[in-house]
Structure formats: C-alpha cells, structure tokens
Design a protein around this ligand. Structure first.
Ligand code: ATP
Length: 355
C-alpha cells in the first residue's frame, strides 16, 4: 500500500500563504500531476510530501502512516529533482547503484537490481559508460534509474523534464508514462505544462494561488472544468468564453446573446441575473450560414492537420478548430454554432462553473 493522503495541508511563509488547506488522495499506483503556473504552490506541496518542508497545518499519510513530522530520510520516497546531479566521476552502473551501496545492500544484489533497472529503462547497453558523455535523454534515464532502483513506496518528481528541449521532452513524456505502466509506483509529478500533465497523469490537481481549483482525471478537467481559470489553463488554444449578461430559469435551454438565441447546457437551478460566460472548446465551434449568432473572420492560424480560425463576435473573440482545407477572408461574415452538449456555463463574476 503506497497511498498518499493529504488533509488540510497548509504552508505559510510569514504572512504569505503558499499552500492553502489542500486535501487530496493519490491512490496506490496512481500518477498525480500537480499542475499550475509558476508560484502557485506546486513545489511547496511536493516538498512537504517529501519531508523537505514542514507544513504549517494539516496531515500527510503515506501508506496509512502519519508522516507529517517525519524526516525525509524516514519516508520511503524517491525525489527526482529538476536539476538532477549525477556523480560525474562514476559510470552509469555506479550512478544507478549508488543508493543501494549507501543502504549497504550486498554487491551481487546491487548488480542484479542495477541491471534489471537498466533493462526497464532500456539503458543496459550503456551501463559501463561514463555519465559525462551522455546525451540529455540518457542522463535523465540514469537519474530515473537511480530513483527507481531502491523500489521506493512512491516517486516525487519536480519538473524532471524542465531542462530538456521540446523534442526530447516528448520522447521522455512517453517513456515516463510507459515506465509508470510497467512499475505502477505511486507518483506525484509537478509541472506547469498542461500537455505533460494530460499525457501522463491518471489524475490532475490544477492549482491557483495555493489552492487546488480542481482535482480529477484529465478528461474530467478538460470536459467539465470547475472554473474559468481551469478552462483557460487547459487546452491549446484554451476554451472560448462568450460573455453576456442575464438571468436564466432552471431547465432553460436557450440564452439570449446579443441578437441571437443560443442553445445552453441544461441548468439544474435558477441563475440570478448577472455577468455570465458560456464556455466552448474550439473543436466544438462550427460555422453555419443560417446561425443567428454572427461574427466576422478576424484571423486564422494554419496547423497542418487543422486550422484555428478566430472570429470577432459581440461576445468577444471566438476560436474555432476547423478542417485545414477551407480558407477564409479577413472580415468575411460567418454564423457560429456550438455543440450544445459540450458547453459550460460560468458565473463570470466568481469564475465558478454553474452546475
Ligand atoms: P515554480 O514552478 O516557480 O517553482 P511553484 O508552483 O512550484 O512554482 P512554489 O515554489 O511552491 O511554487 O512557491 C509558491 C510560493 O511560495 C511562491 O510565491 C514562492 O515565492 C513562495 N515561497 C516558496 N518558498 C519560499 C520560502 N522558503 N520563503 C518564502 N516564500 C517562499
């Protein structure tokens, strides 16, 4: 059992609250991504789980045991840092085996476990090479090897791919996920990169100013964002918001936006009059001459397999992901329709979704 359970976790640095009453559970074998912009408290959360930072409040349980005030060395975890320091004077084999040597594991067992780990990471052919000459991806694999060779209860990773260039990153994202599929170690992974989080994680915690705005599977977070912040942070380009003012009755299926009646998600309660925003992902926007919701082409971005076409409407700019073949003139009038079962409605004041 290597479940991580965090309850009301809090960290203040003087007056400044870096992490506010966070609660979440990473199930045994699950991969959690802590996702958010720089400074939102991801690293501080991870460092508290690791035992490198003492919480101001709350509890942390690893495999059922309360470790809140235990030292890092008393927790059965492996921390993979962004700037991993390999021992430059040792070869790959010695680098991977070092944690076992430090634990006093017998030589024959070290050899077997290092080789098994190297096979898992597909670096068994470079075991006897010096680490100084290795390329970025191989260095990363050696660093991972050093972390997994101990078979810790869980892995904590802080932007481990942060220093790699885009091409390597993509390869490593795939490798990390495949590695996870093979060893199923409970993992918490800090990143500001939504694509990394979406591609790797079983669950994502989206953080904003020390608060977890939403915790869920990548699909839940993408399809049913809990707030405009989450909807805007996830997706590239992000969700469109069509702003309008009004009140809506429970069960209403249409809203008046400018001169047009637009189909809505079904509402479970009355929505008092106020500023609202209809959220629609670019892939759920279509052009239709007959639609009363009008706009004019503002620009387009060709992406090869498709294109992002931006339309200026009364409710603001709307981006549509469309087939690449069709071309549009700037200023050309178009009608817009949205896939009504894929819309979200937000209170534009608080930014929260209206269920
Ligand atoms: P980044 O990706 O930039 O590391 P992050 O989301 O991981 O961002 P944290 O490193 O957890 O953010 O920092 C959260 C906030 O807490 C930041 O505003 C940071 O300046 C502040 N902070 C972190 N450590 C300390 C500290 N030791 N003393 C004072 N403030 C700190």
């Amino acid at each position: 059992m290597a479940e991580i359970r965090v309850e009301n976790l809090r960290k203040a640095f003087g007056e400044f609250v870096a992490v506010q009453d966070s609660s979440f559970t990473v199930e045994n074998g699950e991969f959690l991504a802590l996702l958010g912009p720089s400074g939102c408290g991801k690293t501080t959360t991870l460092r508290m789980i690791a035992g490198l930072e003492l919480p101001t409040g709350g509890t942390i349980r690893l495999g059922g045991e309360d470790v809140t005030y235990k030292r890092a060395s008393e927790r059965d975890i492996a921390f993979v840092f962004q700037l991993f320091a390999l021992y430059p004077h040792m070869n790959v084999r010695k680098n991977i085996g070092f944690p076992l040597l430090a634990q006093g594991v017998a030589k024959a067992e070290i050899k077997a476990r290092v080789e098994e780990t190297a096979r898992l990471l597909q670096i068994d052919h470079i075991l006897d090479r010096p680490v100084s000459g290795l390329a970025g991806g191989d260095r990363q694999r050696v660093a991972l090897g050093r972390a997994i060779v101990r078979r810790p209860m869980c892995f904590l990773m802080d932007e481990p791919l942060g220093t790699l260039d885009a091409e390597f990153r993509e390869v490593m994202v795939r490798e990390l996920r495949e590695l996870h599929n093979r060893i199923h170690a409970t993992t918490v992974y800090v990143t500001h990169d939504q694509i990394e989080a979406m591609a790797m994680a079983d669950k994502i915690a989206v953080m904003n100013h020390g608060v977890i705005e939403q915790f869920g599977t990548p699909q839940e977070i993408y399809d049913r964002p809990a707030s405009m912040y989450v909807a805007d942070f996830i997706g590239s380009p992000p969700m469109n918001f069509i702003r309008f003012t009004g009140g809506l009755a429970r069960g209403a299926r249409m809203a008046r936006i400018g001169a047009a009646e637009v189909a809505m998600p079904e509402l479970r309660a009355d929505v008092p009059p106020g500023p609202l925003a209809l959220g629609v992902r670019p892939e759920h926007v279509r052009f239709s001459d007959a639609s009363p919701l009008r706009g004019a082409i503002y620009g387009s971005e060709y992406l090869g397999t498709n294109q992002i076409v931006t339309v200026e409407t009364e409710g603001g700019l709307v981006r549509a992901r469309l087939a690449a073949e069709q071309s549009y003139r700037i200023g050309e009038p178009v009608g817009l329709t949205f896939k009504s079962d894929r819309l979200s409605l937000f209170d534009a004041g608080s930014g929260r979704v209206i269920p």
